[in-house]
Design a protein around this ligand. Structure first.
Ligand code: LLP
Length: 421
């Protein structure tokens, strides 16, 4: 469910015409719907009603401050994977008591930052990281609350590049070493085991692999408790998929929640969720304008002003994104087939191949749908292109929540050495 709809023949985000935003801000531009963010957070909250549950929104999906503040107001916490994300979450007013710190390669500096803030939990991924965390906690006279991220050796995820729970993946402590890690925590000052953490992948469209992983985790929690470790939390990671096409039917949050309720029944655990895409994905679009239409011998190219640097997902994962023209077309309007490509000097700079869509003219605009998660967050300045502006809509209001940098600002970050001046 999202709030991008046609009204009076124009595509709107909530009550604002996307053309009005594009006219005011330029293209390409990311546009986010506050109502959709709020709705997604609420639907998940309601699905877990009655359970002790922390929704730690995965900041990596979309870390814009306006987005984080919107979610903070809904009571969400944050799952962060870097010092930068931790700073952002705090700047958005998310309390440290609702922040979990994930990631396979936290630096000492980042660990110190988390300890200084007194965050809810560190999800550690190796014995070596645990030692560094303990050293830093001892030095600061603090206790770090720890969950070990385990690798349950379960395959899942919409694409091999976003599957993280198989034995060969870099993520998590190998299954057979998990208990040892808890023994190490028990024997070490400065760290206290509070939970078990797992995250098996992203854009998962089946309940079964998640259930398999969580059942393994619960069996581990029972063994750990028998050995005297007081485990009070389970962090089930993120990963719930979203519909990128009408034909996609990922499990609804209620079904996911019921499975978790079932698997954790009677254990008195706090359930920590790290949803990213399911909250942000369909809450954002990227609006882009047709620059040129280029007929070629085998296909026709629709060259738009957004590039793979602005939205990496198609180039990285062959991801499918729907397009909606800003000007509504009728069922009888002529369609044709385009390769929709950007201006970047790479052949992978392609948003779609042989896509059937309405006939386009120079200057026509389209919204690239489902771009709220891993869109702006993954973008780069390749080809010296300024990062795309981001706009947050709320009802009939919109606000530029991240403006495009100017060329001068981009250049100003660099210095030339003396010998060149
Ligand atoms: N927790 C951990 C430890 C993660 O690594 C991730 C995502 C999440 C939570 C949030 O997962 P989500 O609910 O969004 O599936 N760039 C890729 C997705 C990479 C996901 C990385 N980790 C894409 O655009 O599809």
């Amino acid at each position: 469910m999202h709030h991008f709809h046609y009204r009076n023949g124009r595509l709107h985000c909530e009550d604002v015409s996307l053309d009005d935003i594009a006219d005011a801000v330029g293209t390409p531009v990311y546009v986010y719907s506050s109502a959709t963010f709020r709705r997604h957070a609420r639907v998940i909250g309601e699905a877990f009603e009655g359970m002790d549950c922390l929704i730690a929104y995965s900041v990596k999906a979309n870390g814009n401050l306006g987005v984080l503040k919107t979610l903070a107001a809904e009571g969400c916490g944050a799952d962060v994977v870097s010092g930068g994300e931790l700073k952002r979450a705090r700047a958005a007013g998310i309390p440290a008591s609702k922040i979990v710190f994930s990631g396979v390669g936290k630096t000492r500096e980042e660990i110190r930052l988390g300890l200084g803030e007194g965050i809810h939990q560190f999800n550690i991924e190796s014995a070596a990281e645990l030692s560094v965390l303990a050293e830093e906690a001892q030095a600061l006279g603090r206790t770090a609350y720890v969950a070990v991220r385990v690798n349950p050796d379960v395959a899942a995820g919409g694409h091999p590049n976003i599957s993280t729970g198989k034995a060969g993946d870099k993520f998590g402590v190998p299954w057979d070493d998990a208990e040892k890690a808890y023994d190490q925590i028990a024997a070490t000052a400065g760290v206290e085991a509070v939970g078990v953490d797992v995250h098996i992948g992203s854009q998962i469209d089946q309940i079964a692999p998640m259930r398999a992983a969580f059942e393994r985790v619960v069996s581990l929690i029972k063994r750990l408790r028998e050995k005297g470790h007081s485990i009070s939390r389970v962090d089930v990671g993120g990963g719930l998929g979203i519909p990128y096409r009408d034909t996609d039917s990922p499990p609804p949050p209620a079904e996911y929640a019921n499975m978790i309720r079932d698997v954790t029944e009677g254990l008195g655990l706090q359930v920590i969720l790290e949803p990213g895409r399911v909250i942000a994905g369909n809450a954002g679009v990227m609006v882009t304008e047709a620059l040129y239409i280029k007929p070629a011998p085998e296909r026709t190219f629709l060259i738009v002003d957004a590039g793979m640097n602005d939205l990496m997902r198609p180039a990285l994962y062959q991801a499918h994104h729907e397009f909606m023209p800003l000007r509504e077309r009728g069922a009888s309007d002529e369609t044709t087939t385009y390769d929709v490509v950007g201006p970047i000097c790479e052949s992978t700079d392609k948003f779609a191949a042989e896509r059937t869509m309405p006939v386009m003219e120079q200057g026509d605009r389209i919204a690239i749908m489902s771009a709220g998660a891993y869109g702006a967050a993954l973008s780069s300045q390749y080809n010296a292109r300024p990062l795309v502006a981001e706009v947050l809509v709320n009802g009939d209001k919109f606000s530029v929540v991240r403006r495009r940098p100017s060329f001068d600002e981009m250049i100003a970050l660099e210095t030339t050495p003396d010998w060149l001046s």
